[in-house]
Write a protein that binds this ligand. Structure first.
Ligand code: NAP
Ligand code: MG
Length: 495
């Protein structure tokens, strides 16, 4: 248990206090003593610091996780007790919801209400997995006469979770909820751009009663802390959410030890509008699916495919909404906040400039608020029409408030365009024709397909993950519990 919360990153945001790693139940700085400044994307002002960890810190965290997995009280705990601890963590997060929401908002530049939504999302992950902990059965397998064969579900052991900056709390919830429900221990490496709420949740896990060493956090840069974690020979399983390029590096690192991985690598998710779609219902959903979190969402609906006969109507309605959008600091709780850092803002601006230079029609542009501080990383939303299906804009993950419209003729072309990227994470089909709903949903190569709705990533109950470059393995729902465990067959010869 944490006996001295005063030593840790607790309720001290803003007074320059140093956040710590959480290793073996203790708040500890990096062994080297190095730190990384933490700034808010809204104004660029430094307000805290996190440890700049390296391989030595990773070794200590993995050793703590290994010890907790093999010898601590966790190793003997029933699934029911693990579920109760997850419920207790859910409650602790609830008691600290205001602080966590404000911290997430400040650290990642999220509009205030998005911080609240992310806390609620994280709580739902812990609640769902708490309830599921003692519900996932193994199997008895019909086998030879005189034998009984069982398929047991066993934890992998030490799970490394490398998580990105876009939804730290929610992604932590989905990774940790499932991993802990199945009896694994954890080492989490959050993104250096948004680590603070992860540290705070690890502290709350100790307060909730999780044994020391079950939930470890090591902060720092990907190359210095993430790389040694994913290559660590004593890590049993690696789960990662982020870019395909980093995903490849992490898989290669895990392959050195032949370890299993779950990869959630983003998308270029299409929303298909047929001429009979309910546009009034669709319109706010289409805008929100790309504007939420400034478009920094793996499941952002970043392509609108429109049947040509309604193209101009849809373009006009979307343009009206887009031109009213304003990017503002997180505290203004506006339509969208800044992007997470200068690199991301430049990257998004690069896509926009290239598309404009290629003559892609700009149908509408939003604005950056005049009150936005100069040190923040703001990008105005842009709606492009007539986007070339072969262009980078149509094919690559922009990860910003940039929406592409493409026209199609007929169902076959809609399906072809929907599938014409390397990604396959989420899609939506908007039509009143029941047969078409099924045909198109079945034909799209993506982990989730929404019909007449869109749920950026969907509910915690729904399996989530990619086809193609969007990755492999499934998170959320009961599927996540299967991924976070391995099957062991036990065969009895009893004559
Ligand atoms: P990224 O490189 O994929 O980073 C995600 C996480 O991986 C962070 O915790 C990062 O640490 C860590 N990491 C980086 N290099 C690593 C390595 N060699 N070994 C182990 N861990 C490593 O993403 P990014 O550079 O922040 O963003 C670039 C693009 O990725 C975005 O524009 C977007 O297209 C995509 N992205 C997708 C998602 C998603 O939800 N699918 C999330 C984020 C980004 P540090 O950041 O601390 O260095
Ligand atoms: Mg930050």
């Amino acid at each position: 248990m944490l006996t001295k919360p005063d030593n840790a990153y607790t309720r001290t945001v803003g007074d320059g206090r140093r956040a710590t790693n959480i290793i073996g139940g203790k708040p500890v700085p990096a062994r080297s003593g190095a730190t990384i400044d933490v700034a808010s994307p809204s104004d660029g002002a430094v307000f805290a610091s996190i440890p700049r960890s390296d391989g030595a810190d990773v070794d200590a965290a993995v050793a703590a996780a290994r010890a907790a997995f093999e010898t601590g009280p966790w190793a003997r705990m029933s699934a029911l007790e693990r579920g109760r601890l997850l419920f207790a963590l859910h409650d602790k997060i609830g008691e600290n919801a205001g602080e966590l929401a404000a911290l997430e908002s400040r650290d990642a530049g999220k509009p205030a209400r998005q911080g609240v939504a992310d806390v609620n999302g994280a709580m739902r992950y812990f609640e769902f997995n708490a309830g599921a902990a003692d519900k996932l059965n193994g199997d008895q397998i019909p086998f030879l006469d005189g034998y009984t064969a069982l398929a047991m579900r066993e934890p992998h052991g030490v799970v490394a979770g490398i998580i990105p900056w876009n939804y730290p709390l929610q992604i932590l919830g989905r990774v940790a909820g499932a991993a802990l429900a199945m009896g694994n221990t954890l080492v989490i490496k959050p993104a250096e751009d948004a680590s603070l709420t992860t540290i705070r949740v690890a502290e709350l896990a100790l307060e909730a009663g999780f044994p020391e060493g079950v939930f470890n956090v090591v902060t720092g840069y990907g190359a210095e802390a993430g790389a040694p974690l994913s290559a660590h020979p004593d890590v049993d399983y690696v789960t990662f959410t982020g870019s395909p390029v980093t995903g490849t590096a992490i898989q290669a690192a895990a392959a050195i030890n032949n370890r299993g991985v779950t990869m959630e690598l983003g998308g270029k998710s299409p929303q298909i509008l047929f001429a009979d779609a309910d546009l009034e219902a669709a319109m706010p959903v289409l805008v929100n699916a790309i504007i939420q979190n400034g478009g920094q969402t793996c499941s952002a609906g970043s392509r609108i495919l429109v049947e040509r006969s309604i193209h101009d109507t849809v373009a006009a309605q979307l343009a009206e909404r887009f031109s009213a959008l304003v990017a503002e600091p997180h505290w203004a709780d506006g339509d969208l906040g800044p992007l997470v850092n200068a690199v991301q803002a430049d990257r998004v601006a690069g896509f926009v400039d290239a598309a404009k230079a290629a003559g892609t029609p700009v149908l509408a542009e939003g604005q950056v608020s005049g009150d936005a501080p100069a040190g923040g990383h703001y990008v105005a939303p842009v709606l492009f029409g007539g986007v070339d299906p072969e262009s980078d804009l149509a094919r690559q993950e922009v990860f910003g408030p940039v929406l592409s419209m493409l026209a199609f003729d007929g169902e076959d072309e809609a399906i072809r365009l929907a599938n014409a990227t390397d990604f396959g994470l989420v899609a939506a089909v908007w039509t009143r024709d029941g047969g078409r709903q099924f045909r198109v949903a079945r034909a799209i190569r993506s982990g989730q397909v929404f019909v007449n709705c869109y749920g950026a990533g969907g509910g915690v109950e729904l399996p989530f993950g990619g086809f193609k470059k969007s990755g492999h393995g499934r998170e959320k729902g009961l599927e996540a519990l299967r991924d976070m465990s391995a099957t062991k067959a036990i065969i009895f010869n009893h004559g």
